[in-house]
Structure formats: structure tokens, C-alpha cells
Design a binder for this molecule. Structure first.
Ligand code: GDG
Length: 483
């Protein structure tokens, strides 16, 4: 996909043309940017899903249905290379109720172990249903007879069933990027029944971990009294069957490795180390500023290691990239205050003159800079309290080809695959501290050996392999693919 397209420029979009492959996700893979001369440009947007889907879409004649990111705007569908982008409009009220409310203040906490309490509002649930119906209609309008439709994530859980009613001819898949909660938590949701029935409109449901698929199957048994056999659910009051299984997502490893090995990125990595004063050890954290990511636990562990003299701030430093996220949701605002207060306290207490113990950056960086940071870091700290997969872990081992080390929380999907990481329970601060020290102190040849094994694992199970596996499962559902 090209990185820029101008609104209203050149491309005729025929409303009669339909597409064999349709993606539906909350966001379009582009951001609307108004340039200095007042013209509107669409630029590729960063983020887990976009990064993952880009390589899948390359070269296909496909449509992507999603919100543009701007409230109260309804641009006409437009083309970006072979891809038709179909904007779904959201009013400012719907951004508050469907997106910030139901998606990120009701569902997100329930799906992430209730790390912060969930808020339930009937008006948010109603807006979620209304917006899901709009998505389903937009997909139904652009999908060709017998098309494959791939719906993404927790914001669109009602779409599979709504779409099946509108278009029984299409094949429908849904993939959950975040965990699926244990039934004991899921059962709290006032909308639990409609969510399960919504999802059962699909032919195939993909999850990050086997445990997520099992949680879904258990919820169907317990809350719908549905029968399950292996990983297949019999849909109540119907003769349909739906398969639910794990297909863990990954990254475009070859593309990222090539970027990381390019001369400008290598030079920038050396420059970053130089700018940080060539410390013995650079620890790195890269996260959306989200309470699921365990940033506070990481900072606490680092703080105590400095306090106890087990790390020396003159030769060890932490770089934390915290990209801005969901800043209008209270829990996120509160988290930002806490993190920034803690960083300030640590730097006040331990930074030597002329350097800082924690280099904290609350902004986003270009891909090249991220790759250089990964190359420059000796130890990557990935400490979420709960995370569907965590692509940052996979990106680090792909970019860093020296004796690095990955400290990885057992509560990430990635922990199921990245067995050579230094595994940790971020809730156990004492154990987290010890794991960080072990990662730092492990001899270089052992660290290189582990990193090689991790890199190989990700290269083999990359995003292309993920998409192929997912689409095979969708094509054959509810049967299992044989390969
Ligand atoms: C959800 C699930 C699942 C971050 N800051 C910058 C930047 N990033 C990129 C990272 C990475 C992506 O954003 C974040 O992906 P994660 O997987 O870590 O996390 P979520 O955003 O929470 O994504 C997650 C994922 O979906 C995919 O299924 O793994 O569990 O929660 O690619 O590199 N990229 C750039 N600048 C930044 O400042 N360019």
C-alpha cells in the first residue's frame, strides 16, 4: 500500500464494483492529515493491527472497511493502490460511547483481567450495537458474491451475526487481537449473551492463545448451554457449527530485519548509544501508554534496584517509549500521571549530573527510530500484566542481532512462543528485579544463543505464515486444516 493518497485525487471508485476479500476493523489503516497548503492527505498509520495486515493486503484486490479516526466526517470510499478504503462515519457522541466507552471502558478491562474496574452503561452498549450494524451494512455493500470477510477485534464482535443475516453467501472470519477472558469475568458483562451470539455468526473464530479459544468455548457452554466437540461449537437453535482455535499473530520479520540491518539504522543505533553516554547497559521499554503493559511494575523494579545499589545509575539506564493512547479515558489519564510522577521521582533521586536514569518519551517515533532503539538496547523489558500477543517482543528479537536479552511477562501471548526469553511474573516485584539482573549478567555467548533461537522462531512464524494459516482455517471451517 502506498504511504500517501490525496483526497479527491484521480481515482474513480465505482459503487457497483465489489470485492472478493474484505477486511473490517475499527480503524482504517490510514490517518487523515491536513497539510500546510490546506489539502488533505491520507498517511499510513502506526499500530499493531495495521503493521500486521499490511503485508497480507499487498498485491490483493481488496476492500478495508473502518473508521477514519475523525468524528463527524464521512469521506467517500477511495483507492490506495489496489485497496479500496471504505470509511465508516462515527459521530462525536459515538466516539465517546461506542469507542471510548463500550470498547475501551467496558470490554477492554473485562478482557484484560479487570486490571482496572470496568464501567457498564446501557447507552454505550446501545451505541456499540448501532455502530456494529453500520459496519456490517458497509461490508455487505462492498463484498462480492461468496467473498471472504475478515473481521478484526473486540470493537466489532456483533458484526459476524449481523453480516450473516444480510449476506448468508459470504465466508466470515473474526480474529481477536486481545485475550478472551475466563467465563467468570466474561459473565459480568450485561451484553454477554449478544456478544457470544454475535461471534457465532462467523465460520471461524481466531484467538491469540489456545487458552483464549478455550475460554470462549467454555463461555458458550456455560452461558448459552451450547454443545461443543473439540474446538467446534454447535450454534444454538441452528444447524451451524463454528470453529474456535488459536492462530497467534506475528510481524513482517524479513522486512523489519532488512530495515534493522540497513546502514542508516545501524549508524543511528550507534549514535543513540553515544548520545546516552555509552552506558554499559541500556534497558528499553516500548509500549502504548496502557495499564495492561505493566509500565508501573517495571519502573518500581528499576527504582528498587537503584535504591538497593544493585544497579548503578552511572552505567545502567532505562529508556521508556510510551506512545500516547486513549487520552480521554480516565484510567489512561490517571496512568499517565502516575508514570510521569514515578519517572520524575526516580530521576530526582538517582540521575547523575549530565545524564538521566530514565529517559522517558511520551510520543511516537518513525519505524526507523524504533528499529535503531531495538538494536541499541541490551535488555528489552516486556512486562505486561495481560497482553493478547505483544508484537514489541517479536520486533526486538528480530532487530537486535547481538547479545541482547528479552525479559518477557508470562501473561503475554508471546510467552507461549518465545521460550528462550527471560520469563517473569511482573506482579512479583522481587522476582522481576532478579530476572532483570539475570538478563543483564548472563554471559554474552549465552545471550547471543538465546537471541538467535528467538529470532529464528519469529522468522519462521511471521505475519505471512499467520495470515496463510488463518485464511486456510477460515476456508475449511468448521473442519480443521490438515497441514
Ligand atoms: C494489540 C494487542 C497484540 C509503538 N510505539 C510506536 C510504535 N509502536 C508499535 C510497536 C508495535 C505496535 O505499535 C504495538 O503492538 P503491541 O502488540 O505491542 O500492542 P497493542 O497496540 O496493544 O496491540 C496486542 C496486537 O494488537 C496485535 O495483535 O499483540 O496484544 O493489545 O508494532 O512497534 N511504532 C512506531 N512508533 C512508535 O512510537 N513506528
Amino acid at each position: 500500500m502506498g504511504s500517501e493518497a490525496r483526497e479527491g485525487e484521480g481515482v474513480e471508485v465505482s459503487s457497483a464494483h465489489t470485492y472478493d476479500f474484505v477486511i473490517a476493523a475499527n480503524r482504517l489503516p490510514v490517518d487523515r492529515v491536513v497539510t500546510t497548503d490546506g489539502s488533505v492527505e491520507w498517511q499510513r498509520s502506526p499500530g499493531g493491527l495495521v503493521t500486521a495486515m499490511e503485508s497480507v493486503m499487498r498485491g490483493r484486490d481488496a476492500a478495508w472497511v473502518g473508521w477514519s479516526g475523525q468524528a463527524d466526517e464521512a469521506p467517500e470510499p477511495f483507492k490506495d493502490d489496489n485497496l479500496l478504503l471504505v470509511p465508516v462515519e462515527l459521530s462525536a457522541d459515538e466516539v465517546t460511547s461506542y469507542y471510548e466507552g463500550q470498547s475501551n471502558d467496558s470490554l477492554w478491562p473485562i478482557y484484560h483481567d479487570v486490571i482496572v474496574p470496568a464501567t457498564f452503561r446501557r447507552s454505550w452498549a446501545a451505541a456499540y450495537e448501532k455502530v456494529n450494524r453500520r459496519f456490517a451494512q458497509r461490508v455487505a455493500d462492498v463484498a462480492a458474491e461468496g467473498a471472504t470477510v475478515w473481521i478484526h477485534d473486540y470493537q466489532l464482535q456483533l458484526v459476524p451475526r449481523m453480516l450473516r443475516v444480510l449476506r448468508p453467501d459470504v465466508r466470515i472470519g473474526w480474529f481477536n487481537h486481545i485475550p478472551f477472558p475466563p467465563v467468570e469475568l466474561f459473565a459480568q458483562l450485561p451484553v454477554r449473551h449478544s456478544l457470544l451470539m454475535g461471534l457465532l455468526g462467523a465460520d471461524f473464530l481466531g484467538f491469540q492463545r489456545p487458552a483464549d479459544a478455550e475460554n470462549f468455548l467454555r463461555a458458550c457452554r456455560r452461558l448459552l448451554m451450547a454443545k461443543t466437540k473439540g474446538d467446534v461449537v454447535e450454534v444454538p437453535d441452528s444447524d451451524r457449527r463454528v470453529r474456535a482455535a488459536a492462530v497467534p499473530i506475528s510481524i513482517d520479520a524479513a522486512d523489519l530485519a532488512a530495515l534493522a540491518e540497513s546502514e542508516p539504522v545501524k549508524a543511528r543505533a550507534a549514535e543513540i548509544r553515544e548520545q546516552l553516554g555509552n552506558p554499559r547497559t541500556i534497558l528499553l521499554g516500548v509500549d502504548r501508554l496502557d495499564y495492561t503493559k505493566g509500565i508501573r511494575h517495571r519502573l518500581k523494579a528499576f527504582d528498587e534496584l537503584l535504591r538497593d545499589g544493585r544497579l548503578d545509575p552511572t552505567d545502567t539506564m532505562l529508556v521508556q517509549v510510551a506512545s500516547p493512547s486513549r487520552e480521554r479515558v480516565d484510567a489512561y489519564r490517571e496512568l499517565r500521571h502516575q508514570v510521569e510522577r514515578t519517572v520524575g521521582n526516580i530521576n530526582g533521586a538517582y540521575s547523575p549530573i549530565g545524564s538521566t536514569a530514565v529517559t522517558y518519551m511520551h510520543r511516537s517515533f518513525p519505524r526507523e527510530e524504533m528499529a535503531a532503539l531495538y538494536r541499541a538496547a541490551d535488555v528489552m523489558l516486556v512486562t505486561p500484566l495481560r497482553d493478547g500477543m505483544n508484537l514489541v517482543a517479536k520486533e526486538y528479537v528480530t532487530c537486535h542481532d547481538g547479545p541482547g536479552a528479552l525479559v518477557l511477562s508470562e501473561f503475554t501471548g508471546a510467552a507461549g512462543e518465545l521460550k528462550q526469553a527471560f520469563r517473569c511474573n511482573p506482579h512479583d516485584i522481587e522476582a522481576l528485579k532478579n530476572t532483570i539482573l539475570t538478563a543483564i549478567d548472563t554471559p554474552a555467548d549465552e545471550r547471543s544463543r538465546r537471541m538467535r533461537a528467538l529470532r529464528k522462531q519469529v522468522a519462521k512464524n511471521d505475519v505471512q505464515a499467520w495470515a496463510t494459516k488463518y485464511l486456510d482455517a477460515l476456508r475449511l471451517a468448521p473442519e480443521k486444516p490438515t497441514a
